[in-house]
Design a protein around this ligand. Structure first.
Ligand code: APR
Length: 249
C-alpha cells in the first residue's frame, strides 16, 4: 500500500537511515487499529462492569479464579480473530533495515511476532500462553469446563494466563535485555503507550539520559512528551508506514 510521505524532519530521516541500534517500545495503542481495545479503554459487554486493574492481579485470581480465567478466555478469543495492522508491519520492515533492532512490547497479543518482528521482548507476557499458577508448567491444551478453572496435569494446580499481573515481577531475562537495549541505543521509539506503568515507562528516560534520540508516536500527550526529541500525535498505523517510507522507501 503506497502512502504519500508525510513531511518528516530531514534530520530524523537521516538519523534513522544511519542508526545501528534502535529500540521500539510499544503499548496497547499499536494494537488499537487492529480492533483491540487499549488497556484503559472501556471494557465491552459483560466485562464492562469490571476495571482491568481489578481482574489482572494475583489477589483477583485468589479471590475468584474462575472470573479471572473466564476474562482471559474471552480476551484470548478476541485476539484470535485479530490481525496485525500497518503499524505492526512497518515495525517489522524497520527491523530489516536496522542491524541492532529491539522491539520491547507491553502488549500480550502476540501481534508483533505475527507481523514478522524477530527480536521481540514481551515484558508483560503473552495471553495465548497458559501455565500452572504453582509449578509454572506450560499447558498447550486443557479440559475446559463451565464450573471450574482447568488444572495442571503435572501438579493439579490451577492454570492461569502467562501474563504479568499488577503487583507481579516482570520476567527478569526480558527486563534485563530491555534495560540493556534502552541504555545502548541511539534511537528510542515510544509508540502507543500512555507511559504510566513502570518499569516499562522508565525505559524511554533511560535512553534519553544516555543521549539517545527519543521519538514518541501516540494519540495523545504523555509524561514522556516534554522529553521527546520528536513527537507525532496521531495513529501509529498511519504514521509508522509513512516514516518507514520516508526513511527506506
Ligand atoms: N495510535 C497511537 N496511539 C494510540 C492509538 C493509536 N491508534 N490508540 C490509542 N493510542 C494511545 C492512547 O492515547 C494511550 O495513550 O495508546 C495509549 C495506550 O495506553 P494504555 O491504554 O495505558 O496502554 P499501555 O500504555 O500499553 O498500558 C501499559 O499497563 O495496564 C497495564 O499491563 C498493562 O501493558 C499494559 C500497561
Amino acid at each position: 500500500m503506497w502512502h504519500p510521505p508525510l513531511a518528516f524532519p530531514v534530520e530524523l530521516v537521516s538519523l534513522l537511515r544511519g542508526a545501528s541500534n534502535l529500540v521500539a517500545l510499544t503499548g496497547a495503542g499499536v494494537s488499537q487499529e487492529s480492533g483491540l481495545r487499549t488497556f484503559r479503554d472501556a471494557q465491552a459487554g459483560l466485562w464492562a462492569q469490571y476495571r482491568p486493574e481489578d481482574l489482572a492481579s494475583p489477589e483477583a485470581f485468589r479471590r475468584d479464579p474462575k472470573l479471572v480465567w473466564d476474562w482471559y478466555a474471552w480476551r484470548r478469543e478476541a485476539v484470535k480473530g485479530v490481525r496485525p495492522n500497518p503499524g505492526h508491519y512497518a515495525l517489522a520492515e524497520m527491523e530489516t533495515h536496522i542491524p541492532g533492532f529491539t522491539l520491547i512490547t507491553q502488549n500480550v497479543d502476540g501481534l508483533h511476532r505475527m507481523a514478522g518482528n524477530q527480536n521481540v521482548l514481551e515484558l508483560h507476557g503473552n495471553i495465548q500462553r497458559v501455565r500452572c499458577a504453582d509449578c509454572y508448567t506450560f499447558a498447550e491444551t486443557w479440559e475446559d469446563d463451565t464450573e471450574s478453572v482447568p488444572k495442571c496435569r503435572e501438579c493439579g494446580g490451577l492454570l492461569r494466563p502467562d501474563v504479568v499481573w499488577f503487583g507481579e515481577a516482570l520476567p527478569r531475562v526480558q527486563l534485563e535485555a530491555a534495560v540493556e537495549a534502552a541504555r545502548s541505543c541511539e534511537v528510542f521509539f515510544s509508540i502507543g503507550t500512555s507511559g504510566v506503568v513502570q518499569p516499562a515507562a522508565s525505559l524511554a528516560f533511560a535512553a534519553h539520559n544516555r543521549g539517545a534520540a527519543v521519538i514518541e508516536i501516540n494519540a495523545e500527550p504523555t509524561p514522556l512528551t516534554p522529553k521527546a526529541d520528536y513527537v507525532f500525535h496521531g495513529k501509529s498505523g498511519e504514521i509508522l508506514p509513512r516514516l518507514v517510507e520516508a526513511a527506506w522507501g
